[in-house]
Design a protein around this ligand. Structure first.
Ligand SMILES: *Cc1c(COP(=O)(O)O)cnc(C)c1O
Length: 387
């Protein structure tokens, strides 16, 4: 027997209702047939789609200028997997940037080769290097607009031209930059993906991902693969993400303003050897960031503490109230230490080549009062470096 119907009401809720139903009942086999054929809009089974996922997907679609409804996944890595595993075949070749998110790198270096898909990692700021890596069987180039943790900016314009000429896909992970700073489709990207877990949902209480393609057939392939592989998310996670996204613009702008203050503040401290923030004149990619990011230099700041591991340990211990945690985009400021987390698999020499040391910290600036935040950093850095 079906449960009782909801009471009639002449008014409606102002908050999206949570729809945890796994199955949806149709009236007749004919109607179900039409639903599967796409002639009738109707949900059938939650892995295939549900209202809470569609509400969030459409919200990100609007922000990203996506032409077709994007696909939600249970995590950002679900979105990366949908692209790298759902759109490639044995014998293909995939190019990725050297500074991709750690798990994306792992998929490039461990999982794709296991399936007979060759991969090459190159500097996404160097279009000539990407061109040199092209092979006849190259299928796509995967980049992040701003890299982790050195905040280098990809040459998105150059890459889009190169990929178009070569007839391959440009895939952009827009997690760090968000559509507030850049809409990669407007710059020629073929596929855009996100970890909504980070800035978009913004409260560190849900993991969720999003991917959309410019081309309708590719977009459908991504959806079919995500549904088949079971990458699609639960209604409650989508509901939480929607709630978080309602305040996204405000959170982003506030965190970004504070990040700019903190970057300048850190640059003036004796215990800090170097600050990397794309909005600062001393950042190697400042001009490119200004060109691509519409005046938004985002909420991530990286700095190098003077000293080695001992000073790094002392700093996180003294950084009162800041979470030393490997994430970003939370309402609270979080600090991460690439040498012991995201980049621990690399040798010290390889890390140095990419521009990071034992003193490198990446800060995801949250919503704290800027003065209070700067004071916490001053105090912790002085305590750690004896300054
Ligand atoms: C976190 C992150 C991912 C993975 O997202 P999850 O939601 O943690 O699976 C992918 N890309 C970037 C740039 C990220 O920061």
């Amino acid at each position: 027997m079906r449960p009782d119907a909801l009471p009639e009401s002449a008014s409606r809720p102002v908050v999206t209702p949570l729809s945890p139903s796994v199955v949806y009942a149709s009236d007749t086999p004919d109607m179900l047939d039409q639903q599967y054929d796409g002639g009738l809009q109707g949900y059938t089974y939650a892995r295939e789609g549900h209202p809470n996922a569609d509400v969030v997907a459409k919200r990100v679609d609007r922000m990203e200028n996506a032409p077709h409804m994007g696909v939600l996944t249970g995590s950002g890595m679900g979105a990366v997997s949908a692209v790298l595993l759902g759109l490639t075949e044995t014998g293909d070749h995939v190019i990725g940037s050297t500074q991709l998110y750690g798990r994306s790198l792992r998929m490039m270096t461990e999982d794709l080769p296991r399936l007979g898909i060759a991969t090459t990692l190159v500097d996404a700021g160097d279009v000539d290097a990407v061109r040199a890596a092209l092979r006849p069987e190259t299928r796509m180039v995967l980049v992040e607009v701003v890299s982790n943790p050195t905040l280098r900016v990809a040459d998105l314009e150059g890459l889009a031209t190169l990929c178009r000429e070569a007839g391959i896909l440009l895939v952009v992970d827009n997690t760090f930059t968000t559509p507030r700073a850049i809409r990669p489709f407007d710059w020629g990207a073929d596929i855009v993906l996100h970890s909504l877990t980070k800035l978009l949902a913004g409260h560190s209480d849900v993991t969720l991902g999003y991917v959309a393609a410019q081309d309708e057939a590719l977009n459908n392939r991504l959806r079919v693969f995500a549904v088949t592989a079971g990458l699609t998310p639960s209604p409650f996670d989508c509901w939480l993400a929607e709630r978080g996204m309602l305040s996204f613009d405000l959170r982003f702008d506030r965190a970004e303003q504070t990040a700019a203050c903190l970057a300048d503040h850190l640059a003036g401290l004796p215990g800090v050897a170097r600050v990397l923030y794309p909005g600062r004149a001393d950042h190697p990619d400042q001009a490119r960031a200004a060109h691509l990011l519409a005046g938004h230099f985002c909420n991530m700041v990286t700095f190098e503490l003077r000293g080695g591991r001992a000073e790094a340990n002392a700093f996180t211990r003294a950084a009162d109230g800041l979470s030393f945690a490997p994430t970003l985009g939370d309402v609270g400021t979080t600090i991460s230490h690439p040498a012991s987390s995201s980049h621990r698999a690399l040798t010290a020499e390889k890390r140095a080549e990419l521009g990071m040391s034992e003193g490198t910290f990446r800060v995801s600036v949250g919503l704290e009062d800027p003065e209070t935040l700067c004071a916490v950093f001053s105090q912790a850095i002085a305590a750690a470096t004896g300054g």
